[in-house]
Every structure is written in structure tokens, then in C-alpha cells.
Design a protein around this ligand. Structure first.
Ligand SMILES: [Zn+2]
Length: 110
């Protein structure tokens, strides 16, 4: 039996990921400017943000929750907010796909 199949890694969760996705949703919804929100860009934003925060892995088994305790939750929430807004800006300025003329803003730059 392969190591990977022997253990249930489903229970290994990065709580930071949930927080980033949630924060990303909040920020995109309240964003005043038009931003490409295609699947590609949104996942890019999540990836960029996640790469810039400390992961917060925890194991959740039948209600038991082991959470990294050394981390101050407020500080972590702030770092997520910042990472997400930076990620949105970054991806928006430099999308991984060609900019499709979406009426909103015509940019001559390639
Ligand atoms: Zn896009």
C-alpha cells in the first residue's frame, strides 16, 4: 500500500486557505474598480496571496482540532487581508491571460 493511500491526508487542512478564499470573496465583491474575475484570475489571486502568508495547517479529526497556537489570530487575519489586496492588485496588473476587451476599460497597453 502506498504511503499516500495508507493515511488520510484529507484531514490535513490549511486553515489559511479558507481564510484567503473568504477574504478574496469579500474584497472582490466590494472592489470599486472593474477586475477580471474569471476562474483563472481568481485562482491566481488566491495562489499569490497564499504564497505570501504563513500557512496555517491543522489536523481535524472527529471534532478534535489541533491548531497552531503560537500564532496571534489578529495578526494573522491582518496578514491575510494585506496579502489578498496585494494579490488582487498584482494579478489585475499582470493577468496570466490576454486581456479581453471587456468594455469596462480600454487599455492600449499590451
Ligand atoms: Zn481573467
Amino acid at each position: 500500500m502506498a504511503f499516500m493511500d495508507k493515511y488520510d491526508f484529507e484531514n490535513l487542512k490549511n486553515a489559511g486557505e479558507e481564510m484567503v478564499v473568504q477574504e478574496l470573496g469579500n474584497q472582490l465583491e466590494s472592489c470599486p474598480i472593474a477586475i477580471c474575475m474569471c476562474n483563472e484570475c481568481v485562482l491566481d489571486m488566491a495562489a499569490v496571496a497564499l504564497n505570501n502568508i504563513r500557512p496555517l495547517y491543522r489536523v481535524s479529526l472527529l471534532g478534535t482540532l489541533y491548531t497552531a497556537t503560537a500564532m496571534d489570530e489578529k495578526t494573522y487575519a491582518v496578514s491575510i487581508k494585506n496579502a489578498v489586496s496585494e494579490a488582487i492588485e498584482k494579478v489585475q496588473k499582470n493577468p496570466s491571460h490576454d486581456i479581453v476587451e471587456e468594455s469596462a476599460d480600454e487599455s492600449g497597453e499590451d
